[in-house]
Design a protein around this ligand. Structure first.
Ligand code: ATP
Ligand code: MG
Length: 350
């Protein structure tokens, strides 16, 4: 699938920006602060109903305005859909074909995108939470049942936290039973999806960079039966009551990235981290395509700094025909991308 057209109103410095895109390569060209990343953020607002940059969502609203609105036309060659995301100071609204959606979750999987940006580097360099969020988002995109179960598990977790905080221990067994059932389902699915993802990752890595090894580890509660989970929950019940905290469950899982058999986060150089990050994103694109049957759009922001152009070209060559891509650049000569421009390429000067 691909984004045919976008209308952007009042996203950061972009007051009124309307444009048609190429189904293949789109290069967004402009100096620092011209609004390149804001265009990618706008596309992401259509995909997930939120930006990929940290910060309050109202920060996106142009400082001289009191609302933003983004509309996109997405095509998959058979049919077209329109998505609109807008917000003012008070409320956010997402519309699919002009009908208001109840929640952001209803948007997941309709127009998938994969973002590579310095703002998503916390997957590599941050704590365990962004890595878990990264895999949860991919698994929710490709498996609606995983998403439903995760939403239910999060609701149970909120209840359990509340009970522990208020010292209402007599009701814990009831919630622990529900927690065990949902946890088992999440662990089973997460383990299966991680196995598939990490195999794809290693396959892709070996193709582009066989000189070094890289892999993705997953640490979780390995005895995935409702009885074993309940047993463990019973065992730690008093401890949880004592600390007033939830101490066990899939929300504590950890994904670990290894480069050359050592921890990437601790030992990797900036370029190595960026390269790993990039391969991870390519695999995310291929994985979503394979599992969901829809081709995601790639949003590649600030790709060039710190990765040598030979390696970039090697990585990107295989992608040109498969995905619609958006790449930002401050200088096509310096970034070595002039040779990529063909009749299929749209050059967007902003
Ligand atoms: N709420 C806002 N209202 C008005 N302008 C804003 C707002 N938020 C950010 N800006 C400005 O919008 C401009 C565009 O930012 P953006 O990050 O899209 O630029 P960029 O082209 O990606 O730059 P770089 O090459 O440095 O990455 C910046 O000058 C920024 O200061
Ligand atoms: Mg930018």
């Amino acid at each position: 699938m691909w984004l045919e057209h976008i209308e952007i109103e009042n996203i950061r410095s972009l007051n009124n920006f309307n444009i048609d895109f190429s189904p293949k390569l789109n290069i967004i060209l402009g100096e620092n602060g011209s609004g390149k990343t804001s265009i990618l953020e706008s596309i992401h607002l259509l995909s997930l109903g939120k930006s990929f940059r940290p910060g309050k969502e109202t920060n996106l609203i142009n400082s001289f305005s009191d609302y933003f609105r983004v509309v996109g036309i997405i095509s998959d060659n058979e049919k077209k859909v329109s998505i609109q995301t807008s917000r003012n100071a008070l409320e956010k609204r997402i519309k699919l074909n002009n009908k208001v959606l109840k929640s952001r979750a209803s948007l997941i999987g309709i127009f998938p995108t994969v973002v590579f940006s310095p703002d998503t580097l916390d997957i590599i360099s941050g704590g365990k939470a962004p890595r878990l969020a990264f895999f949860n988002r991919i698994f929710c995109t490709v498996d609606p049942d995983y998403m439903d179960t995760l939403i239910q598990l999060e609701k149970i977790l909120i209840q359990k936290k509340q009970l522990l905080k208020n010292n209402q221990i007599n009701q814990i067994d009831y919630w622990n039973q529900l927690f065990a059932e949902k946890s088992q389902k999440i662990w089973k699915k997460r383990h299966k999806l991680w196995t598939e993802f990490s195999e794809e990752f290693e396959g892709t890595w070996n193709l582009v960079f066989p000189e070094k090894k890289a892999s993705i580890g997953y640490s979780y509660f390995k005895e995935i039966s409702i009885n074993k989970i309940t047993e463990k929950l019973n065992k730690i019940k008093e401890q949880e009551a004592l600390y007033g905290k939830v101490l066990f469950g899939p929300q504590k899982d950890e994904f670990i990235f290894y480069y050359n058999n050592i921890l990437l986060k601790e030992f990797g150089s900036q370029g190595e981290k960026k390269f790993f990050h990039y391969i991870l994103k390519l695999v995310e694109g291929g994985f979503i395509k394979k599992k969901l049957g829809k081709t995601p759009v790639l949003l590649l922001d600030d790709l060039f700094a710190k990765i040598d152009s030979v390696r970039i070209e090697k990585m990107l060559n295989s992608m040109f025909d498969k995905f619609q891509m958006f790449i930002t650049s401050t200088d096509i000569h310096k970034d070595g991308i002039k040779s990529w421009i063909s009749t299929d390429t749209k050059l967007i000067n902003i």
